[in-house]
Design a protein. Structure first.
Length: 149
């Protein structure tokens, strides 16, 4: 399953990618984000692995992020592994003017583990896109209210 979500943010591309690239900001726009734990590699660079920890409806959820490409302000791509699924997310940023940035997130689910999650992906693929779009919309709101520096 593959899809793309997008938002336009009223901030310069440098500011948008600065806010995006700060792991401590994840709590500002990703529901349930608890923390990040570096596992291996050079932090924030291709090949680095980190554990992202979330608390969703009083259940802890962990994702292992492996950075594939970091070419900011243009792109940040990573693989996310969970016990039930694996996906790759490519975040791309395009300047649409001095104070406007387009943020495109392309997600490709490459593996689903377990009958229930496979059925959810088959029957309700829009649910996955809706969650990603929600986070992009929340990032837009966060970035637009952030000061310029």
């Amino acid at each position: 399953m593959k899809f793309t979500c997008s938002v336009e943010i009223k901030q310069p591309i440098a500011r948008v990618t600065e806010l995006f690239d700060a792991p401590n900001n994840l709590k500002e726009w990703q529901d349930g984000f608890v923390g990040i734990e570096h596992l291996s590699g050079r932090p924030g660079q291709p090949g680095a692995k980190s554990k992202l920890i979330y608390n969703i409806k009083n259940k802890e959820m962990e994702l292992i992020e492996t950075i594939i490409k970091k070419d900011l302000p243009r792109e940040f791509s990573a693989t996310y592994e969970h016990e039930h699924m694996t996906n790759t997310m490519s975040n791309r940023f395009t300047s649409l003017g001095s104070n406007l940035t387009k943020y495109d997130a392309e997600i490709e689910y490459t593996q689903f583990n377990g009958f229930l999650v496979k059925m959810m992906a088959f029957l309700f693929p829009g649910m996955f896109k809706k969650q990603v779009q929600k986070w992009l919309d929340q990032f837009k709101a966060f970035a637009e209210k952030a000061d310029n520096g």
